[in-house]
Design a protein around this ligand. Structure first.
Ligand SMILES: Cc1ncc(COP(=O)(O)O)c(C=O)c1O
Length: 427
């Protein structure tokens, strides 16, 4: 942490640009932690915030509701096949804590008290609170708390870049699925299977091979295990479809959204469940079937208003189609990026690119240095006019979803320059 003496102060934002207090402009290549949709200071989103802030700024959802959250629930249910009810929170980690609690309590509510275990995938990430850390264990982030985390059953994920010798990707995927099937057939105490939808983000940008997620959802159904998806970072267009589980043909029992839900303007997340799950919570008062969970800012009406406006704009501007077209620009730069000798792998889907840096291409050894690679890229990125972050040895490109083609070209050119400049500092 010592490497960060002082921080630059961001004073303004306009479109894809962040502007600091000295007037320097940098492209927001991380979409302000993967949540920005329409760029900064979008007038339609700002208007939704100001309009709602004149009516009611916050009103508790304990015993009450408000108009924007009611409308948002309808919007979310409309876009999410199989989902029936919405539980609000104010950040993604909380949305996942809620998903875990709903999944565990569901079985208690229906009288199946043995179902208490959670199954997950290695290297998943679902947030930084204790429940979320337990189900999404990334060793580098959470190792220091290992003893305090609850145990989960973890299965391997087929990483296309590191296929074991002698196997094809299909063999590798089948191996992972067979391990699940074996365990699911043996254990009848697994309450839920929790995974990121479409790809693992913070755990290393692992984009699942075709059918991996669909087959897991089928296994869960076959073995009576709730299937819980985290679309916080991968839904709402990041991977090129509004609802990633639709593309993956894997309808969950519970799904969580966050980050891009409000266009990246205010803090709000949502955990959705099917009717079957919801119904198990609606007994008589003295049956104690309800979910004891609520945060002060649950269902904040200003956040819900901007989320409604955001969803309206996805439809009005056909954003998903635009993302699918703009995303092709990334692939035009694959050759230039992989020509840099420290680049081991490029992983790209929709508006996400992870560039893995290695010290030995043949052996695929991740670059490791005493210095923070993130800090080196941040400084070199700034010199080239971009705000860049790395996750360990992976350079992340997660720009605002509505970025224009020429802007993305400029970002990619600047990224290439930055990797070239950073190279001498990290090898
Ligand atoms: C897949 C996923 N789930 C959950 C979270 C946690 O969200 P938040 O940072 O809003 O708590 C994140 C954050 O990066 C994430 O990537």
């Amino acid at each position: 942490m010592k490497e960060w003496g002082t921080f630059d102060t961001i004073s303004k934002g306009k479109g894809i640009w962040l502007i600091d207090s000295k007037g320097n402009k940098i492209i927001d290549a991380v979409g302000s932690m993967w949540c920005n949709v329409w760029g900064h200071s979008n007038p339609e989103l700002v208007k939704a915030i100001t309009n709602q802030s004149k009516k009611i700024q916050h009103s508790s959802m304990f015993n009450l509701t408000n108009e924007p959250v009611e409308k948002l629930a309808k919007n979310l249910i409309r876009i999410s096949p199989g989902m029936n009810k919405v539980f609000y929170s104010d950040n993604g980690s909380s949305a996942m804590e809620i998903a875990i609690k709903i999944a565990l309590q569901y079985w208690k509510n229906i009288g199946e008290s043995k179902k208490t275990q959670i199954a997950t995938i290695e290297n998943g990430y679902h947030g930084d609170t204790f429940g979320a850390m337990s189900v999404g264990y990334v060793p580098e982030f959470f190792g220091k708390f290992k003893k305090q985390l609850f145990s989960t059953i973890q299965f391997p994920v087929p990483n296309k870049y590191r296929i074991p010798k002698g196997l094809t990707l299909t063999d590798y995927q089948n191996d992972c699925l067979e391990k699940m099937e074996k365990r699911f057939s043996k254990d009848n105490n697994i309450a839920a299977f929790i995974m990121e939808s479409g790809a693992q983000m913070a755990g290393g940008v692992i984009i699942y091979p075709k059918d991996f997620q669909r087959k897991i959802s089928k296994l869960c159904k076959k073995h009576g295990i709730l299937f819980v998806l985290d679309e916080i970072a991968t839904g709402f267009g990041r991977l090129g479809s509004m609802v990633q589980y639709k593309e993956q043909k894997s309808i969950p029992d519970i799904v969580a959204y966050g980050k891009m839900l409000t266009g990246g303007y205010l803090t709000m997340a949502a955990t959705l469940s099917s009717k079957k799950i919801y119904d198990s919570f609606s007994g008589e008062f003295n049956q104690w079937k309800h979910l004891f969970h609520g945060h002060t800012y649950t269902g904040n009406p200003i956040a819900a208003s901007v989320a409604n406006q955001n969803i309206l704009m996805y439809e009005k501007y056909d954003l998903i189609k635009k993302i699918q077209k703009t995303s092709k620009i990334f692939s035009q730069y694959y050759d230039d990026i992989s020509a840099i000798d420290i680049v081991g792998d490029i992983r790209h889907k929709g508006m996400l690119m992870g560039i893995e840096l290695v010290s030995d291409r043949k052996k695929k050894i991740p670059i490791k240095t005493k210095k923070s690679i993130n800090k080196v890229f941040f400084e070199e990125g700034k010199k080239n006019g971009i705000y860049l972050r790395t996750l360990g040895n992976i350079v992340m490109l997660v720009p605002p979803l509505s970025i224009e083609e020429n802007e993305l070209e400029s970002l990619l050119k600047k990224t290439i320059k930055t990797i070239q400049a950073a190279k001498s500092h990290i090898i």
